[in-house]
Every structure is written in structure tokens, then in C-alpha cells.
Design a protein around this ligand. Structure first.
Ligand SMILES: [Zn+2]
Length: 307
């Protein structure tokens, strides 16, 4: 799946016209429809005005390829954490309420239960064999002190899950570290839980948590894994279209103006292969960048090269 094209299809292209003539030359093309600017995400030359313009250094940092897939996966984890937080917050609230009004709730429960039982039985569900009802009845037998601790622990857990969900959803580095550390701390307890009794829910929670920790450490290179932040940032830079355009200019070779006079762009300066039109914004090919499949010069990554 091409995440760049998919994202551009949903959110639209992001083109940027740098003020500096060098990178400007590289991100600009004349198409049959007039001016076209290279999308910083999918690499397509989009006819029309650029989305924004300014100094090259202020170009938006655009997530591409693997980063888009990673953002999607992290947000799935964020949603899962958020759902956990809601469930646990409800438990905390109920435990807190029980502590003060154990009797009234118990009475209400006993008063309403026959009605609920009849209602559910008509739907073919036997309440008397329900685990949930058993749990609720068990909660009535807990003393207020136990309920207080249960409420405090549940509230703390819900708070941690909300922080994890927020950090992961915003795709922040601190969120990745926080989610990784907080989840890791819970894993020994989950293993202990599994040795006590194996249930489907416990296995699923455990698997999700282990998957998140492994995924974060490996793909986000936390704690120096696989080269750490340095290697991670370097990979992001190597995938950035704007950074590639700037890096290519620093290399010895014809200037952008000379390249323009030759009627070709950056890839033509590589003399060891014929100048390919596949990845050159030649006139009339508004989508030249999006169809590049041939050899690519180091300073000019074709979109989706990582696939
Ligand atoms: Zn695009």
C-alpha cells in the first residue's frame, strides 16, 4: 500500500514553494496546465499554486511512507488505550460511589434486578449465570477501605492510560517513551496474572501490550535501539523531499540555473546513466514525480522508494 498517495488522496497534496532559487527550481515544473509544484509527501507535481511558500527551512515537516503507516498504527494503539481508560474510569467511579452509598446502591440493585432479569430472560440471556452480576455482587461484600483502594488504583490506571493515549495520538516522542515505560511496568504483573489463570481477555491484553512495547522500541528506536534518535532523525531527513532538494544543491555539480538551461533537472547530472525522463519534471508531464520507477539519484528519492 502506498501510504503517501493514500494520505494525499484523503487530505490533499502539500506543495511548498521555497524562496531560495535553488530548491525552488527543483520543486517547480512547467506542466501543460501551467506551473506545477512538487508535493512534499507523494512527490507528484501538482498543477496550480503551491499550498504555501517561504524560506526552505520553514517548509512543513511532512510524514511520508513508513512514518504514515507508523502514525496509523500508533493511533490504533491510542484508541485502544483510550477505551481502556474509559472502562477503568467507570470502575473507579462506581467503586467510589459504593464506598459511601453501599446500602442504597445494593437496595436499588436488588430492587431492579428482578426487572432486569425478566427483561434479559425474554431476550434469551440468563442473568443468574452472568459473570458480571457475580462481580457486582462480590463488590457489595468488599469493605469501604478496599473499595477506596480499588477506586484510587483504578483512577490512577485510567489517568496513565489517558496520558498514553494522548501521547500516542499526538505522535510525540515523549508519548512513545511514556507508553513504552508505563506498559512495560505492567507486563510482569500481567505475566503473574496469566500464571494464576489464563483467560482470553488476559491473553489479549498481554499480547497487545507486548506488541506495543516491541513496536515502539524497534521502529521508534527508543533507548538507542537500532542507532537511537540520531539514526531515526537521519532516516526522516533522507526521506524528506525538501531536505533531499537542499542536500542535492550542496553537492558539487552544475548549478540549478545551469541544469535549467540544459533543459533537465538534477538526475541528469549523473553521467553514469542516460538522463531519464521518468523522474525529471519535463514539460507536459505534470505527474512525472509520481511515476518514477527507474534508477534514482541519491539526492532525488522517488516517492514510495521504501516500499
Ligand atoms: Zn501528494
Amino acid at each position: 500500500m502506498d501510504w503517501n498517495l493514500l494520505t494525499c488522496g484523503i487530505r490533499g497534496h502539500i506543495s511548498y514553494a521555497p524562496e531560495e532559487p535553488g530548491p525552488r527550481e527543483r520543486l517547480h515544473a512547467i506542466s501543460a496546465a501551467g506551473d506545477a509544484w512538487r508535493c512534499l509527501r507523494c512527490g507528484t507535481f501538482v498543477p496550480g499554486a503551491p499550498s504555501a511558500s517561504g524560506p526552505a527551512a520553514e517548509a512543513p515537516a511532512v510524514r511520508r511512507g513508513k512514518e504514515l503507516r507508523s502514525a496509523f498504527i500508533l493511533r490504533l494503539f491510542a484508541v485502544e488505550r483510550f477505551l481502556r481508560a474509559i472502562i477503568v474510569a467507570v470502575i473507579a467511579y462506581v467503586a467510589w460511589r459504593f464506598k459511601y452509598s453501599q446500602h442504597s446502591i445494593e437496595q436499588a440493585f436488588n430492587r431492579e434486578l428482578p426487572v432486569v432479569r425478566t427483561l434479559l430472560r425474554s431476550l434469551g440471556f440468563n442473568v443468574d449465570h452472568s459473570k458480571l452480576i457475580g462481580l457486582i455482587q462480590h463488590a457489595f461484600t468488599l469493605n469501604p477501605r478496599t473499595l477506596t483502594w480499588l477506586a484510587v488504583a483504578a483512577a490512577a490506571y485510567a489517568l496513565i492510560e489517558i496520558l498514553e493515549a494522548t501521547g500516542l495520538w499526538l505522535l510525540k516522542r515523549w508519548g512513545e517513551y511514556f507508553a513504552m515505560v508505563a506498559t512495560s511496568i505492567g507486563i510482569p504483573y500481567e505475566i503473574y496474572d496469566l500464571t494464576a489463570k489464563i483467560t482470553v481477555l488476559r491473553v489479549v491484553f498481554f499480547a497487545v501490550n507486548v506488541a506495543l512495547v516491541v513496536y515502539l522500541v524497534l521502529t521508534k528506536r527508543l533507548f538507542g535501539a537500532r542507532g537511537g534518535k540520531k539514526a531515526y532523525d537521519a532516516r526522516l531527513r533522507s526521506e524528506s523531499i525538501m531536505d533531499s532538494a537542499l542536500a542535492a544543491l550542496e553537492k558539487p555539480g552544475p548549478t540549478a540555473e545551469q541544469a535549467a538551461e540544459d533543459g533537465a533537472d538534477a538526475p541528469a547530472q549523473k553521467t553514469d546513466r542516460p538522463a531519464s525522463t521518468a523522474d525529471v519534471p519535463a514539460s507536459g508531464t505534470a505527474h512525472a514525480g509520481g511515476t518514477a520507477h527507474g534508477p534514482v539519484s541519491p539526492g532525488w528519492p522517488a516517492p514510495g522508494r521504501q516500499r
